[in-house]
Ligand binder design. Structure first.
Ligand code: NAP
Length: 304
């Protein structure tokens, strides 16, 4: 039997593996794609400490994976986790090709940004359309940008971008924000943030880069164009947590609730990275969560 099964080989899962392996645990890692998670979809990361000129997502993923695959006690299982059940002294993870049994489990399955699926969104992704203000905001210094959404992420993104960009349009489909009142009050006091309410984006246009977003009024259906250099989508994330939603505490948006040890309501079942409830989803925070989860899984087993 394995000591630890880690589900998901993104930066959180790979860091959890590193800490657990260095503590002497026998670790199996279930991953349905290539190791790296969202790192593989990020061309260059400019805000990961230690890389003054940035680091390619692919390079960081490859190096993280090489570091853990050097351990003889590490095993990569290329498969999809379907379900987790607990027996008296172990966890059983159902995968497509059978089951994996271990004494403890870390879920690091992450999520992916919800998309609008409107014309131009895919075409201009990386050419003005972004799903991460903290990663890409820097490129829009003194430019005009739009943020889409009405949750805390959109409010925080608009606030963050207001200090970089010249003008920020915050486009939301309702008159009331889903995000917290304190953030809404702050946003309303920032002079270069303009609220565009009860409007939904219908198209993103441009030439080689984004130059325009077309919005429709939800009541009158009238169409307006806003001339922008960037569009930041903050309309929520879809969590890869469906396979545990019956057995674990997840919040309304599917995030797994954990304590400061990254442990869920089920003792011995940990979660880390983007899939947990938290405020900042970055490679650097995923790595921090993973280190805690890997170490705490080891401490949990030591106390058994
Ligand atoms: P969220 O709370 O789910 O908000 C998503 C927003 O996008 C909503 O305003 C929603 O509109 C809008 N939206 C969804 N689909 C849309 C579509 N197709 N077209 C137009 N608009 C659409 O997501 P989030 O802001 O990423 O936050 C996720 C979780 O993290 C929340 O629990 C949040 O509180 C938490 N968080 C907390 C902090 C903090 O406390 N500092 C910071 C960031 C995130 P409707 O409102 O009309 O549904």
């Amino acid at each position: 039997m394995l000591d630890l099964t880690i589900i998901g080989a993104g930066p959180a899962g790979m860091t959890a593996a590193l800490y657990a392996l260095r503590s002497g645990l026998k670790v199996g890692m279930i991953e349905q794609g290539a190791p790296g998670g969202q790192l593989l979809k990020t061309e260059k990361i400019d805000n990961y400490p230690g890389f003054a000129d940035g680091v390619l997502g692919m390079d960081l993923a490859t190096n993280m994976f090489m570091q853990i695959s050097n351990f003889d006690s590490f095993k990569l299982i290329n498969d999809t986790a379907k379900k987790i059940t607990r027996s008296s002294n172990s966890f059983i993870v159902d995968i497509s090709s059978g089951t994996v049994e271990s004494r403890t489990v870390i879920i690091a399955t992450g999520g992916y940004p919800r998309t609008l699926d409107i014309p131009g969104e895919k075409e201009y992704s990386g050419k003005g359309v972004s799903y991460c203000a903290i990663c890409d905001g820097f490129f829009f210094k003194d430019k005009i940008v739009a943020v889409i959404g009405g949750g805390n992420t959109a409010l925080e993104d608009a606030m963050y971008l207001s200090s970089i960009a010249k003008e920020v349009y915050l486009i939301h489909r309702r008159n009331n924000f889903r995000g917290s009142k304190i953030l809404v009050d702050k946003i309303k006091s920032i002079s270069n943030v303009h609220l565009v309410l009860e409007k939904v984006p219908v198209e993103i246009k441009g030439d080689t880069k984004v130059s325009e977003i077309v919005v429709k009024d939800v009541k009158t259906e009238s169409i307006t164009s806003l001339f922008v250099n960037g569009v930041f989508l903050a309309i929520g994330q879809i969590m890869n947590s469906d396979f545990v939603k019956d057995s674990l505490a997840t919040d309304d948006s599917g995030h797994i609730v954990v304590d400061e040890k990254m442990e869920s309501i089920t003792p011995g079942l940990f979660a880390c990275g983007d899939v947990i409830t938290k405020d900042l989803r970055q490679v650097s925070t995923a790595v921090g969560d993973g280190a805690i989860a890997g170490q705490m899984a080891y401490e949990y087993l030591s106390k058994l």
